[in-house]
Write a new protein. Structure first.
Lengths: 234, 435
């Protein structure tokens, strides 16, 4: 279980996160929705130690990981699949997947996980020798998620997996996210596409300019009037 | 510190500064006696302005359009040959083209115009083949550009480098001897009398390049450099604009080739090789990729260093030091080390991608005394800021340790690190303070 308590981040003079509390219990998909610039990505980056925290704690199971370095956080079983995919365009699909297991030494298990991610994403399994750059947007997103899974995470944090993808492809990706959860990976999802995210979330938080303004089960938020007005365009 | 002058004053200042420089060069060339070591200054100004022009033309391609092209020496070669071939006096043809029965072109444009127009004809006779050199180079660049500009980055560099080498071999081809004199030198063609000539021509050409960069075309070039896909989405025709930039850059490379021919008084295709292209590239990089001012400064510094300041290193005596290892070639060793230092510590070049402006120059000049006066204070402030940052880092480390100790203590006492957040089946709303 991941617990974020009173997380604060400053960018120069800007107070980007103003005391965030979030729980990601085991076996659940938790999502964080909100508009552009609300601080969603910053939250994930702060958890990963990619941006310095100016206050607060991040607990992981029974450990305070607030002051760990990024590579040690990955070693603890937390991985971030960054916004905009950022796959390696000049490496093949297979090489991209192998790069995801960079910190691992257990060859037999890496091979097993490789089969697992190809099973999850059969579309990229057909393209193992293709260069990353030659994949379509949806395939690149799948590759990015697959690559993240290769670190054998207990918690997968996804930053805008639907960005720039066609509705049908988004459906595919979100179906895969549910499958990944069933395989025992906890998921923290951040999305602007609130409907798709809330649909599959067990619990969700709504973020606005650096603070959490609402929280509740995904299905309950989906029918909430305020959420509908602000984020679902109804 | 923002000193703003109105546009008129700035233009007047620029014109006055350039005119003063031209007059100084003109007088300097007359006053300084041949054989004086200060004559080197004039040589550096001549060659420096020619290199400044070709560096500016390369910067237009590499720095402003983002096309990594290495064909500049080849285009200079065509320019130099075109100029020389059409200005060799009729009487000298038999001696210059001694292996090719006096060549096929038996006349000189300069002489033809001199006969009817006098002194004016003389200079017109020099300008016409110079412009012709630029135009012929442009046509050849246009043709080369059709296949080559479809390539990107390194591939474009290799292809243009290859074409430049082909051109060089072509001009040395014996069958073309009656025109190009094969692998023999061309000489006795008309050259300029005063050093002010190449400075003036190069200055006008660089001004045109600057105007182009600040035009709509220049903006399109820079858009292509930054993001081709986005540029195309904006409706910019990528290939057309790349061709335009390539052809214009080559035109000015041709002009600078003609000027170089005049400067050297004899030419031959051999030195127009890759080494020459790398020298020009070096000037562009040292000056700053994307800054014409930088290219000009870089050209003069490069020429001064290689022709003048570091000469003594080859001759065995430099700044009063003499050593046995200072023999021909040692200059290049020192030069290479200097370049490495510049690239290491000024990786964006002298000017980065900024241009000279009177406003910033006046601001810098006015601020200079106070900058010098406050230098010790600023150094102290910098040191203090460094100490502070160090202290802050130490404090952060201490806080992290405290937190870890606290969590360890809690764990040891069997207490939970944190209490899970309340979860509800309905939507919870918090106020803006997140409570």
């Amino acid at each position: 279980m991941l617990a974020i308590r009173n997380l604060n981040v400053h960018y120069g003079g800007i107070h980007a996160l103003r005391g965030i509390d979030i729980d990601v219990p085991d076996g659940k998909i938790i999502s964080l929705i909100g508009a552009n610039g609300a601080g969603k990505s910053t939250t994930l980056k702060a958890v990963m130690g990619l941006v310095p925290k100016s206050g607060g704690h991040v607990y992981w199971d029974d450990k305070d990981i607030s002051s760990l370095k990024t590579k040690d956080i990955v070693g603890e079983g937390i991985i971030l699949c960054p916004e905009g995919r950022r796959i390696f365009p000049d490496l093949t699909v297979d090489e991209n997947i192998a790069a995801g297991a960079y910190l691992r030494k257990d060859k037999a298990e890496i091979a097993r996980d490789r089969d697992w991610v190809y099973e999850l994403f059969p579309r990229i399994a057909e393209r193992t020798w293709q260069l990353g750059a030659t994949l379509s947007g949806g395939e690149q997103q799948m590759l990015a998620v697959a690559r993240a899974l290769m670190s054998k995470p207990k918690l997968l944090m996804l930053d805008e997996p639907s960005l720039g993808l066609a509705p049908l492809v988004i459906k595919d990706i979100f179906a895969c996210i549910q499958k990944i959860k069933e395989d025992g990976v906890n998921i923290l999802l951040i999305e602007q596409n609130a409907k798709a995210a809330l649909d599959i979330s067990d619990y969700a938080y709504v973020m606005e300019t650096g603070v959490i303004t609402m929280a509740g089960p995904g299905k309950a938020l989906l029918v909430d009037e305020r959420v509908q007005q602000a984020y679902l365009g109804e | 510190m923002a000193t703003t002058l109105n546009k008129k004053t700035k233009s007047a200042l620029s014109v006055a500064a350039i005119a003063l420089f031209l007059v100084l060069v003109y007088l300097g060339d007359i006053v300084i006696p041949a054989g004086s070591s200060w004559k080197m200054l004039i040589t550096v100004i001549e060659k420096g302005s020619i290199y400044a022009l070709v560096a500016a033309s390369m910067n237009l391609l590499n720095g402003f359009t983002g096309l990594f092209s290495l064909g500049q020496a080849g285009f200079m070669l065509i320019g130099a040959y075109t100029y020389a071939i059409f200005t060799i006096p009729a009487a000298s043809h038999d001696t210059v083209y001694q292996y090719f029965e006096g060549g096929v072109i038996k006349w000189s444009i300069v002489e033809a115009l001199e006969g009817s127009l006098g002194v004016f004809g003389h200079y017109l006779g020099m300008l016409i083949p110079m412009l012709g050199a630029g135009l012929i180079v442009s046509v050849i660049a246009f043709l080369i550009g059709i296949p080559v500009l479809r390539l990107k980055s390194d591939y474009l560099a290799i292809a243009t480098l290859g074409f430049a080498e082909i051109l060089r071999a072509f001009f040395q081809w014996n069958t073309l001897g009656p025109v190009t004199n094969g692998s023999n030198v061309l000489r006795k063609y008309t050259t300029y009398g005063n050093a002010v000539f190449p400075v003036l021509i190069a200055g006008i050409c660089i001004a045109i390049i600057l105007l182009l960069i600040n035009s709509t075309y220049g903006r399109a070039f820079r858009a292509i450099r930054d993001d081709e896909i986005a540029a195309e989405a904006m409706g910019i025709n990528l290939f057309k604009h790349k061709e335009i930039s390539f052809v214009i850059s080559s035109f000015f490379a041709g002009i600078s080739g003609a000027l170089l021919a005049m400067f050297q008084t004899t030419i031959n295709a051999t030195p127009f090789n890759t080494v020459m292209t790398y020298e020009i590239l070096l000037i562009v990089v040292i000056g700053g990729i994307g800054s014409i001012t930088g290219s000009v400064i870089g050209a003069f510094l490069f020429t001064a260093a290689s022709e003048w300041w570091l000469r003594g290193l080859d001759a065995g005596r430099w700044l009063g030091i003499s050593a046995s290892f200072m023999r021909p070639g040692f200059r290049k060793v020192v030069f290479a080390v200097l370049i490495m230092l510049i690239v290491l510590f000024y990786s964006r070049g002298i000017m980065g991608d900024k241009e000279f402006s009177w406003d910033s120059f006046i601001g810098w000049w006015k601020g200079l005394p106070s900058n010098l006066r406050t230098w010790p204070e600023r150094r102290k402030a910098k040191a203090a800021a460094k100490r502070e940052a160090k202290a802050a880092a130490a404090a952060a480390k201490a806080r992290a340790k405290e937190a870890k100790d606290a969590s360890d203590a809690k764990k040891a006492s069997g207490e939970a690190l944190f209490t899970p957040l309340p979860v509800s089946d309905t939507v919870m709303v918090f106020d803006k303070e997140g409570k």
